[in-house]
Design a protein around this ligand. Structure first.
Ligand SMILES: CC(C)(COP(=O)(O)OP(=O)(O)OC[C@H]1O[C@@H](n2cnc3c(N)ncnc32)[C@H](O)[C@@H]1OP(=O)(O)O)[C@@H](O)C(=O)NCCC(=O)NCCS
Length: 180
Protein backbone atom coordinates (compact mmCIF):
# COMPACT_ATOMS: atom_id res chain seq x y z
CA UNK A 1 0.00 0.00 0.00
CA UNK A 2 1.34 3.42 -0.92
CA UNK A 3 2.31 5.58 2.07
CA UNK A 4 1.00 8.66 0.23
CA UNK A 5 -2.48 7.19 -0.12
CA UNK A 6 -5.14 9.05 1.85
CA UNK A 7 -7.56 7.11 4.03
CA UNK A 8 -11.04 7.02 2.45
CA UNK A 9 -14.02 8.28 4.48
CA UNK A 10 -15.63 5.92 7.01
CA UNK A 11 -18.76 4.00 6.01
CA UNK A 12 -21.65 2.58 8.01
CA UNK A 13 -22.50 -1.12 8.38
CA UNK A 14 -25.93 -0.40 6.83
CA UNK A 15 -24.25 0.83 3.64
CA UNK A 16 -22.59 -2.60 3.23
CA UNK A 17 -25.70 -4.75 3.79
CA UNK A 18 -26.31 -7.13 0.90
CA UNK A 19 -28.65 -10.01 0.10
CA UNK A 20 -29.38 -12.62 -2.54
CA UNK A 21 -32.10 -15.22 -3.00
CA UNK A 22 -31.74 -18.49 -4.94
CA UNK A 23 -34.30 -21.16 -5.75
CA UNK A 24 -32.67 -24.52 -4.90
CA UNK A 25 -32.79 -26.69 -8.03
CA UNK A 26 -31.78 -30.34 -8.67
CA UNK A 27 -28.26 -29.39 -9.82
CA UNK A 28 -27.62 -27.80 -6.40
CA UNK A 29 -28.50 -30.90 -4.37
CA UNK A 30 -27.25 -34.32 -3.28
CA UNK A 31 -29.09 -37.62 -3.75
CA UNK A 32 -31.35 -36.82 -0.78
CA UNK A 33 -32.42 -33.50 -2.31
CA UNK A 34 -30.39 -31.46 0.22
CA UNK A 35 -28.37 -28.43 -0.85
CA UNK A 36 -24.70 -29.41 -1.34
CA UNK A 37 -22.29 -27.87 1.19
CA UNK A 38 -19.93 -26.67 -1.55
CA UNK A 39 -22.76 -24.98 -3.43
CA UNK A 40 -23.86 -23.28 -0.21
CA UNK A 41 -20.29 -22.07 0.38
CA UNK A 42 -20.26 -20.64 -3.16
CA UNK A 43 -23.43 -18.63 -2.45
CA UNK A 44 -21.99 -17.52 0.91
CA UNK A 45 -18.78 -16.36 -0.79
CA UNK A 46 -20.75 -14.38 -3.41
CA UNK A 47 -23.02 -12.72 -0.87
CA UNK A 48 -20.04 -11.91 1.35
CA UNK A 49 -18.17 -10.36 -1.59
CA UNK A 50 -21.14 -8.05 -2.28
CA UNK A 51 -20.81 -6.48 1.18
CA UNK A 52 -17.03 -6.16 0.76
CA UNK A 53 -17.49 -4.46 -2.64
CA UNK A 54 -19.98 -2.02 -1.14
CA UNK A 55 -17.57 -1.13 1.65
CA UNK A 56 -14.37 -0.88 -0.38
CA UNK A 57 -15.68 0.10 -3.84
CA UNK A 58 -12.72 -1.73 -5.37
CA UNK A 59 -11.75 -5.28 -6.40
CA UNK A 60 -11.76 -7.80 -3.56
CA UNK A 61 -10.50 -11.35 -3.09
CA UNK A 62 -11.52 -13.90 -0.50
CA UNK A 63 -8.54 -14.37 1.83
CA UNK A 64 -10.24 -16.75 4.26
CA UNK A 65 -13.50 -18.43 5.02
CA UNK A 66 -12.88 -18.30 8.70
CA UNK A 67 -15.72 -20.22 10.23
CA UNK A 68 -18.90 -21.83 8.97
CA UNK A 69 -21.66 -23.55 10.91
CA UNK A 70 -24.01 -25.79 8.93
CA UNK A 71 -27.09 -25.65 11.16
CA UNK A 72 -30.01 -27.12 9.15
CA UNK A 73 -30.20 -28.59 5.65
CA UNK A 74 -31.88 -26.64 2.86
CA UNK A 75 -33.95 -28.71 0.45
CA UNK A 76 -34.74 -28.80 -3.23
CA UNK A 77 -37.53 -26.30 -3.98
CA UNK A 78 -36.66 -24.05 -1.00
CA UNK A 79 -35.72 -20.41 -1.42
CA UNK A 80 -32.21 -19.87 -0.07
CA UNK A 81 -32.00 -16.37 1.39
CA UNK A 82 -28.52 -15.02 2.16
CA UNK A 83 -27.66 -11.77 3.95
CA UNK A 84 -24.28 -10.17 4.56
CA UNK A 85 -22.64 -7.09 6.04
CA UNK A 86 -19.15 -6.00 6.98
CA UNK A 87 -18.45 -6.61 10.68
CA UNK A 88 -15.16 -4.72 10.83
CA UNK A 89 -12.67 -3.14 8.48
CA UNK A 90 -8.97 -3.38 9.30
CA UNK A 91 -6.23 -1.89 7.11
CA UNK A 92 -6.80 -3.63 3.76
CA UNK A 93 -9.02 -6.48 4.94
CA UNK A 94 -12.65 -6.71 6.00
CA UNK A 95 -14.44 -9.34 8.06
CA UNK A 96 -17.87 -10.05 6.61
CA UNK A 97 -20.64 -12.02 8.32
CA UNK A 98 -23.08 -14.04 6.19
CA UNK A 99 -26.25 -15.83 7.26
CA UNK A 100 -28.28 -18.23 5.10
CA UNK A 101 -31.94 -19.13 5.64
CA UNK A 102 -34.18 -21.58 3.77
CA UNK A 103 -37.81 -20.65 3.11
CA UNK A 104 -40.18 -23.51 2.37
CA UNK A 105 -42.12 -22.17 -0.60
CA UNK A 106 -45.28 -24.13 0.30
CA UNK A 107 -45.50 -23.39 4.03
CA UNK A 108 -43.43 -20.21 4.35
CA UNK A 109 -41.49 -21.79 7.24
CA UNK A 110 -37.99 -20.32 7.63
CA UNK A 111 -35.01 -22.34 8.87
CA UNK A 112 -31.53 -21.09 9.71
CA UNK A 113 -29.20 -23.00 7.37
CA UNK A 114 -25.74 -21.57 8.04
CA UNK A 115 -23.67 -18.67 9.35
CA UNK A 116 -20.13 -17.86 8.29
CA UNK A 117 -17.35 -15.31 8.70
CA UNK A 118 -15.16 -14.48 5.74
CA UNK A 119 -12.18 -12.20 5.27
CA UNK A 120 -11.94 -10.21 2.02
CA UNK A 121 -8.93 -8.14 0.99
CA UNK A 122 -9.29 -5.07 -1.22
CA UNK A 123 -6.82 -5.11 -4.11
CA UNK A 124 -5.84 -2.98 -7.08
CA UNK A 125 -5.66 -4.14 -10.72
CA UNK A 126 -2.26 -5.73 -9.99
CA UNK A 127 -3.42 -7.67 -6.97
CA UNK A 128 -1.77 -5.33 -4.44
CA UNK A 129 -3.71 -4.80 -1.20
CA UNK A 130 -5.44 -1.41 -0.96
CA UNK A 131 -6.49 0.48 2.13
CA UNK A 132 -10.22 0.35 2.92
CA UNK A 133 -12.43 2.90 4.69
CA UNK A 134 -13.01 2.53 8.43
CA UNK A 135 -16.33 0.98 9.46
CA UNK A 136 -18.71 2.84 11.76
CA UNK A 137 -20.79 0.44 13.88
CA UNK A 138 -23.99 2.20 15.01
CA UNK A 139 -26.39 -0.26 16.68
CA UNK A 140 -25.67 -2.43 19.75
CA UNK A 141 -25.52 -5.55 17.56
CA UNK A 142 -23.14 -3.88 15.11
CA UNK A 143 -20.91 -2.79 17.98
CA UNK A 144 -20.86 -6.34 19.40
CA UNK A 145 -19.96 -7.82 16.00
CA UNK A 146 -17.28 -5.14 15.57
CA UNK A 147 -15.66 -6.08 18.90
CA UNK A 148 -15.97 -9.83 18.23
CA UNK A 149 -14.33 -9.44 14.81
CA UNK A 150 -11.13 -8.21 16.45
CA UNK A 151 -11.05 -11.25 18.75
CA UNK A 152 -11.53 -13.55 15.74
CA UNK A 153 -8.71 -11.77 13.87
CA UNK A 154 -6.36 -12.22 16.85
CA UNK A 155 -7.32 -15.89 17.07
CA UNK A 156 -6.79 -16.30 13.28
CA UNK A 157 -3.37 -14.67 13.42
CA UNK A 158 -2.25 -16.87 16.33
CA UNK A 159 -3.48 -19.98 14.52
CA UNK A 160 -1.77 -18.93 11.25
CA UNK A 161 1.53 -18.37 13.09
CA UNK A 162 1.25 -21.78 14.78
CA UNK A 163 0.49 -23.46 11.43
CA UNK A 164 3.41 -21.70 9.67
CA UNK A 165 5.85 -22.76 12.40
CA UNK A 166 4.65 -26.33 12.15
CA UNK A 167 4.90 -26.40 8.34
CA UNK A 168 8.43 -24.95 8.50
CA UNK A 169 9.46 -27.83 10.76
CA UNK A 170 7.77 -30.53 8.64
CA UNK A 171 9.79 -33.00 6.51
CA UNK A 172 8.60 -34.38 3.12
CA UNK A 173 7.81 -37.74 4.79
CA UNK A 174 5.87 -36.14 7.59
CA UNK A 175 2.15 -36.76 7.09
CA UNK A 176 1.44 -33.84 9.40
CA UNK A 177 2.44 -31.39 6.66
CA UNK A 178 -0.74 -32.31 4.82
CA UNK A 179 -2.90 -31.32 7.73
CA UNK A 180 -1.37 -29.05 10.29
C1 LIG B 1 -5.22 -12.19 0.18
C2 LIG B 1 -3.94 -11.65 -0.46
C3 LIG B 1 -4.29 -10.48 -1.38
C4 LIG B 1 -3.05 -11.13 0.68
O1 LIG B 1 -1.86 -10.70 0.07
P1 LIG B 1 -0.52 -10.52 0.93
O2 LIG B 1 0.57 -10.19 0.00
O3 LIG B 1 -0.38 -11.69 1.86
O4 LIG B 1 -0.83 -9.22 1.70
P2 LIG B 1 -0.51 -8.79 3.18
O5 LIG B 1 0.37 -9.77 3.92
O6 LIG B 1 -0.03 -7.37 3.06
O7 LIG B 1 -1.93 -8.82 3.86
C5 LIG B 1 -2.96 -7.97 3.39
C6 LIG B 1 -4.16 -8.19 4.26
O8 LIG B 1 -4.66 -9.49 4.05
C7 LIG B 1 -4.87 -10.14 5.29
N1 LIG B 1 -4.64 -11.56 5.08
C8 LIG B 1 -3.65 -12.13 4.37
N2 LIG B 1 -3.80 -13.48 4.43
C9 LIG B 1 -4.89 -13.73 5.19
C10 LIG B 1 -5.54 -14.92 5.63
N3 LIG B 1 -5.10 -16.14 5.30
N4 LIG B 1 -6.63 -14.80 6.40
C11 LIG B 1 -7.12 -13.59 6.75
N5 LIG B 1 -6.53 -12.41 6.37
C12 LIG B 1 -5.43 -12.50 5.61
C13 LIG B 1 -3.82 -9.53 6.20
O9 LIG B 1 -4.18 -9.67 7.57
C14 LIG B 1 -3.86 -8.09 5.76
O10 LIG B 1 -4.97 -7.44 6.37
P3 LIG B 1 -4.86 -5.92 6.94
O11 LIG B 1 -4.16 -5.09 5.86
O12 LIG B 1 -6.26 -5.49 7.13
O13 LIG B 1 -4.06 -6.00 8.20
C15 LIG B 1 -3.17 -12.75 -1.26
O14 LIG B 1 -2.74 -13.74 -0.36
C16 LIG B 1 -4.02 -13.38 -2.34
O15 LIG B 1 -4.19 -12.80 -3.41
N6 LIG B 1 -4.50 -14.59 -2.07
C17 LIG B 1 -5.33 -15.32 -3.06
C18 LIG B 1 -6.77 -14.83 -2.98
C19 LIG B 1 -7.67 -15.64 -3.86
O16 LIG B 1 -7.28 -16.07 -4.93
N7 LIG B 1 -8.90 -15.89 -3.38
C20 LIG B 1 -9.85 -16.76 -4.06
C21 LIG B 1 -10.50 -16.16 -5.23
S1 LIG B 1 -11.24 -14.59 -4.93
Amino acid sequence: MSSTETHPAARTVASTQSAMTELILPNDTNTLGNLLGGRLMHFIDLTGAMAAYRHSRTHVVTAAMDHIDFINPANIGDLLILKSSVNRAFSTSMEVGVTAWAENTLTGKMQHVASAYLVFVAIDQNGRPLRVPALLPETADEKRRYADALLRRQHREAENARRKARLAAATPDDASNLNS
